[in-house]
Write a protein that binds this ligand. Structure first.
Ligand code: KG4
Ligand code: ZN
Length: 404
């Protein structure tokens, strides 16, 4: 089964083409076009700009994905230059330089992120997916973005016996070619930490989600981005805070750990962000009048390390408590913040120490932040469980789509 998946929920235009076979999953293409530079000067994602850039990038990213897929599955007979144009129309195949082309009729399903996310951004991906599904006469699978972050963990167990080339599909997105899908033991607890969400999700079986805790205000990634802005770092702030934190003292500032002792599994990060604001800007009546003190790099490093540790402490405390209570077999991470190596390391240490029988797993590199490969994997599980397989007419973007 070959799935073409599209992701445009925020500021990445992404397309993946994945072949799912019985014992092997082959990533034929995984392209991500990031808009980070464009949004960076505004200190965050501007929805209308994101939409315009998705519109500009959608077809080039699709073309690049077809080109990449063509390298893995070149059609048996390469067309002559004369036939090439005809084939393009007749069999919907893409002809590219050096005769590499991918036959789009090999696609069995089109999948797309239908929500949650920025609606101007989502509609571009959904429209492109509808057009593809219509023109290829294939079903369309609408996928929840958060389900994608969870299922990014299923692409695992790289098949070492199959000699596979590591190919670079874009500057920051390296993916090996052949994988086995994870066959986990349930229950699973997933900590999804992204720019828009912070959730603890309990799964008793595939596609079965119970949100047992979530943020009551800012998401963890949002707090990283806002603190970074305060320190005059560019967007997205998470990776830069992580980098600066390495040079800083995590005990220098005793920032609050909001809700760490609450009995539920909910989170709150806005108070922590304000605590950092007060430290950096000094106490002031109006936040908009606050002028950051002009401290040097060591100060910024100490703030970064102390803030990052406060976030990590809260995330680990709630996750491990929930894992114990629900006696889960696996704890997994998902979402952009899960790329944070310090969070990964400390969570692993605490799990090994306190619940050694629980396994711990993170997405393979580059699958923590937004991508379309995770959408293809989530779509695959929807398809084999006969869920969300629709006609292009019946798939709509939904900015507030809930995970259920
Ligand atoms: O999942 P994602 O790519 O997009 C959303 O669905 O929101 O997550 C993006 C978020 C941003 O807030 C970014 O600052 C954060 O993930 N992030 C990180 C790291 N890498 C990305 N936060 C902390 N440490 C990182 N290494
Ligand atoms: Zn995301």
């Amino acid at each position: 089964m070959i799935i073409l998946a599209i992701e445009t929920s925020c500021d990445e235009t992404a397309v993946a083409i994945v072949e799912f076979k019985k014992n092997k999953t082959k990533v034929l293409a995984n392209i991500i076009s990031s808009q980070v530079k464009a949004h960076s000067k505004y200190g965050g994602v501007v929805p209308a700009l994101a939409a315009r850039m998705h519109l500009k990038n959608m077809v080039p990213v699709l073309r690049r994905a077809f080109k990449q897929a063509g390298k893995h599955t070149p059609s048996a007979s390469q067309p002559t230059p004369l036939k090439r144009g005809i084939r393009c129309i007749a069999s919907q195949s893409v002809s590219l330089k050096r005769g590499i082309h991918f036959d789009k009729n090999k696609i069995d399903y089109v999948a797309v992120t239908k929500g949650p996310g920025l609606i101007p951004a989502l509609v571009i991906g959904v429209s492109a997916a509808k057009a593809l599904a219509y023109s290829l006469n294939k079903p369309l699978v609408g996928v929840n973005h958060l389900e994608g972050h969870i299922y990014a963990n299923w692409l695992t167990e790289f098949e070492k016996s199959i000699k596979s080339k590591v190919y670079k599909v874009s500057k920051d997105c390296k993916v090996e070619n052949d994988f086995k899908l994870w066959k986990p033991e349930f229950p699973i607890l997933c900590l999804t930490v992204s720019g828009g969400h912070t959730q603890l999700v309990l799964m008793k079986k595939d596609l079965n989600y119970k949100i047992i805790g979530e943020t009551v205000d800012d998401a963890a990634g949002e707090a990283f981005d806002k603190v970074a802005k305060l320190l005059k770092f560019s967007y997205p702030g998470g990776p830069l805070i992580e980098k600066m934190a390495k040079k800083g003292d995590r005990n220098k500032f005793k920032f609050t750990r909001p809700m760490i002792n609450s009995k539920d599994y909910n989170f709150s990060f806005s108070g922590l962000k304000t605590a950092v604001l007060y430290e950096v800007c000094g106490f002031c009546d109006r936040k908009d009048e606050a002028v950051p003190r002009l401290y040097g790099n060591q100060y910024k490093a100490d703030i970064s390390a102390s803030f990052q540790q406060a976030v990590i402490d809260v995330l680990i405390s709630k996750t491990v408590r929930a894992a114990k209570k629900h006696k889960v077999k696996n704890v997994i991470l998902g979402g952009g913040v899960s790329a944070n190596k310090e969070l990964q390391k400390q969570l692993k240490e605490v799990i090994n120490k306190e619940i050694p029988n629980t396994k711990y797993q993170i997405p393979i590199s580059n699958l923590s932040t937004d991508n379309a490969l995770m959408i293809a994997i989530a779509a695959y599980y929807n398809i084999i469980n006969n869920k969300n397989i629709k006609s292009w007419k019946n798939v709509k973007a939904d900015a507030n789509l809930k995970l259920r």
